[in-house]
Design a protein around this ligand. Sequence first.
Ligand code: PHE
Length: 359
Amino acid sequence: MTDIQSLERDIESAITAAADEGALEQVRVSALGKKGSISELLKTLGGMSPEERKEKGPQFNTLRDRISAAITARKTELQEQALNARLASERIDVTLPARPEPQGTVHPVSQVLDEITAIFADLGFAVAEGPDVEYDDYNFTRLNIPPDHPARQMHDTFYVSPQRDGSRHVLRTHTSPVQVRTMLSQNPPIRIISPGRAYRVDSDATHSPMFHQFEGLVIDEVTNLGHLKWTLEELCKAFFEVEKVELRARPSFFPFTEPSVEWDLRCDRSTPGKITFGQGNDWLELAGSGMVHPKVLAMCGIDPEKYQGYAFGGGIDRLAMLKYGIPDIRSFFESDIRWLKHFGFAPLDIPTLDGGLSR
Ligand code: PHE
């Protein structure tokens, strides 16, 4: 009896002392394996008298079952410990922010571009696009500016190296070639705006060699300068967020429009550093425009006997400078993060007419 009890105690303390599954397996083999202490004990039953066997048999079997259960329990315990240790070492804090607060803001030029697009979308204009590197033909010739025409000198053009056939591409000097592309690819009625980049050899506080324009084109059977004026008035009211505006027409010249009109917007600049629209005695240049020249319609595949249209174009950078009080155009392109943060707009605040254009 005492032998069995002390054997059980020894094995149990070995089980408790086993620090990992490997050590526990050794304890199991030395007790319950083929040559283990308990197995050896069970073998002695064979040499016993029936009475003795009757007494010892159940004792040995109980011992074997208890040790076997203790090993299983310890095994489960060790597995849990190992798992917990692993979980603790691989722990991540899911409450930490995934990445820092967004740093980016929308550039004032992009903001104004989106604002103008929203205004014209509301008036039923679609957005049309064209490439920055443009055919000489589309930038000039089909806009009624033939090669060697003096009007080409109005534009200080960046020319791209000649093609193999000798033709030259240009960095578009205005967004007007998108008019050509639209007329060549769509049938009237046409109502598009095309905001985008344009390039001219020019650089000072109010001119940048790369700048932004918005182009507008409307072609239908009946269009007139009144429609044009109304459209620009709606643009100004919505863009400058005022109830009333006043536009002044000045005769002008563009080879692709006849008649050509430049528009000024009444404003008040009497308080230094401040500009108010719709009142005052100052005028602000807004856009060039006119009725599309019949020769341009014909060169772009539209019958000038049946259709007429108006077009307009203005500078986006200048509008952004006015609306957001930016004195030097060059600051747009300096990529100064502090400046961008000051003037930038939250990336998810997309301008809409009913949501408010700028907040
Ligand atoms: N393309 C002209 C410019 O850049 C503007 C303009 C557009 C004029 C459309 C008339 C019609 O100055």
